[in-house]
Write a protein that binds this ligand. Structure first.
Ligand code: DAT
Ligand code: MG
Length: 137
């Protein structure tokens, strides 16, 4: 099972890449990893399920506001486990010890993304990685 994780601009800006990758590395196998600046079109594809919601424009503006690190993690039950270490969407509700609980700034600048289902992961991963960029050996 695979999931897409994103270290969002607020975390990259604060020098948290290593800390956060370290946490992901403990729960799964990294098959792909890169730093990039998302353009608006790619952000809109990533967040297409949120189109029309009141926070959609803000979300797209934010995720394109600075570099992000995107990665693919592999492991048994990895989607659920990664969501658990992410913590609640709103850092105010996120438990200490979760990434958002420890580092999240607000419901928008919440530090990390993780696919929420197999269907989402299968949609999100190809937005950032081609098959030959994922190394599983
Ligand atoms: P998650 O990232 O936990 O899967 P989501 O899919 O519901 O949460 O929303 C995607 C992102 O949109 C989320 O990480 C931050 C932003 N967001 C969600 N709800 C929001 C709200 N009420 N106000 C502002 N931004 C919000
Ligand atoms: Mg989501």
């Amino acid at each position: 099972m695979k999931t897409l994780i994103i270290i969002k601009p607020d975390a990259v800006q604060r020098g948290l890449i290593g800390e956060i990758i370290g946490r992901f590395e403990k729960i799964g196998k990294i098959l792909g990893l890169k730093l990039l600046l998302m353009d608006k079109e790619r952000a809109q594809r990533l967040y297409s399920v949120h189109e029309g919601k009141p926070f959609y424009d803000e979300l797209v503006d934010y995720i394109t506001s600075g570099p992000v690190v995107v990665g693919v993690l592999d492991g048994e039950n990895i989607i659920k486990i990664a969501r658990e270490i992410l913590g609640a969407t709103n850092p105010e509700n996120a438990v200490a010890g979760t990434i958002r609980g420890d580092f999240g700034l607000d419901v928008g600048k919440n530090t990390v993304h993780g696919s929420d289902s197999v269907k989402s992961a299968e949609y999100e991963i190809p937005i950032f990685f081609s098959e030959n960029e994922l190394v599983d050996r």
